[in-house]
Design a binder for this molecule. Structure first.
Ligand code: GTQ
Ligand code: FE2
Length: 363
């Protein structure tokens, strides 16, 4: 913010500014919008399922998985971000389309990824060689630097949501990528992944045996459980709603051994809002992407109402006031950068008074 303590009209000040620029220096006192009272670099934005689905399917028809760069992914590109393929300053969100018989080959990267399945079933994702079956409502993790590849041995295409921390890791300039070898991975489609056999028991951890698929005590990296099944998420939410008698409930996906977030940079939650109910209004530092899994309703973000139905995807900016209302019973999946802010000592959240709707977003 410009301050009046400095005399911009002093006779040789133009010369000073010119010399500063030549010396690759900038005076703080001319900076605007650097130290803002509160965050606010992004507006909310919504992508409609119909558009996402149609374009994903067309990409499936027209762009081969070989010619299309191995993964048929359409990234949510927020119009505020100047054409970058990012949903927020920290989060990558995308729909991935894998046709019947297709294979997205093995690779690994430092950005962490999660998948939330929207349509179809029968894809196997191999995470460090552990075959994980994917079906609607399942959450599957590929933590930082784990090998992964997606196989669709069936006939039907599958569509899922990808959430990654790519923009965050890019801004830290910590992106590493390694392609896998050319040889095809062989895998046995077992009823349960190794990860779930060891860590999928509610409240029970193996005392001994093989190490976890992902174990990196040096970095404190968690993610021993790599798949969170819809049936378990659904049951947990139903129990909460039944026991509290309230129309809203939410759960956070947690590492079973530590109770902490599933990965160091990404948080995942499932929020259930029954028909006719509205959540409290909350502001959180850090951004999020909401994926409507089921139902219909609206989200009010800083007084703007966005109506949604299943498959729609919605960005909530840092420190925006957010609440949800359901028309039909609704389930909303959330991915956010919460743990990254917590690790850096930047996390803040507050509940605010219910906001008025100032603006209705046309459908
Ligand atoms: O499926 O491995 O949306 O590497 C972006 C980068 C998905 C993946 C994305 C990826 C993947
Ligand atoms: Fe990947």
């Amino acid at each position: 913010m410009a301050t009046s303590r400095f005399h911009d009209d002093a006779p040789d000040v133009d010369g000073l500014y010119a010399d500063l620029a030549t010396a690759d220096l900038q005076p703080l006192w001319v900076q605007e919008g650097l130290l803002t009272r509160t965050p606010g670099r992004l507006t909310p934005h919504i992508w409609r399922w119909k558009t996402l689905r149609d374009l994903a399917e067309r990409s499936g028809d027209l762009v081969g998985i070989d010619g299309g760069g191995d993964r048929r992914v359409l990234s949510l590109s927020h119009p505020d971000l100047g054409g970058q393929p990012f949903a927020t300053h920290t989060l990558w969100g995308a729909v991935q389309f894998l046709g019947g018989g297709e294979l997205a080959p093995a690779h690994r990267h430092t950005p962490a990824a999660l998948r939330f399945v929207l349509e179809g079933s029968g894809v196997w994702t191999l995470v460090n060689g552990d075959p994980i079956h994917m079906a609607p409502g399942d959450l599957v993790l590929t933590p930082s630097w784990t090998w992964h590849e997606h196989h669709n041995p069936g006939r039907e295409p599958m569509i899922w949501f990808d959430g990654l921390d790519v923009p965050l890791v890019r801004n830290l300039d910590a992106v590493f990528f390694e392609p896998g070898g050319d040889e095809l991975s062989d895998y046995e489609p077992l009823p349960s992944s190794r990860s779930e056999i060891r860590y999928g028991g509610a409240g029970l951890l193996p005392v001994s045996g093989e190490p976890a698929v992902i174990e990196d005590p040096a970095s404190g990296r968690s993610s021993r459980l790599l798949a969170y099944r819809w049936a378990a998420t659904d049951a947990a939410l139903s129990r909460l709603i039944e026991s509290t008698g309230r129309g809203v409930a939410s759960v956070r996906y947690a590492d079973p051994a530590t109770g902490r977030d599933i990965m160091p940079t990404l948080r995942a939650e499932l929020h259930r809002v029954l028909a006719g109910h509205r959540t409290p209004t909350i502001r959180t530092a850090g951004s999020g992407i909401w994926v409507v899994y089921r139902g219909s309703g609206a989200t009010v973000i800083d007084g703007r109402r966005f109506r949604w139905t299943a498959g729609d995807m919605l960005v909530t900016p840092s420190w925006a006031a957010v609440d949800h209302q359901a028309e039909d019973d609704a389930d909303l999946f959330l991915v956010s950068d919460g743990p990254a802010l917590e690790a850096l000592g930047l996390a803040r959240t507050e509940t605010v008074e219910q906001q008025d709707v100032r603006e209705d977003d046309a459908r």
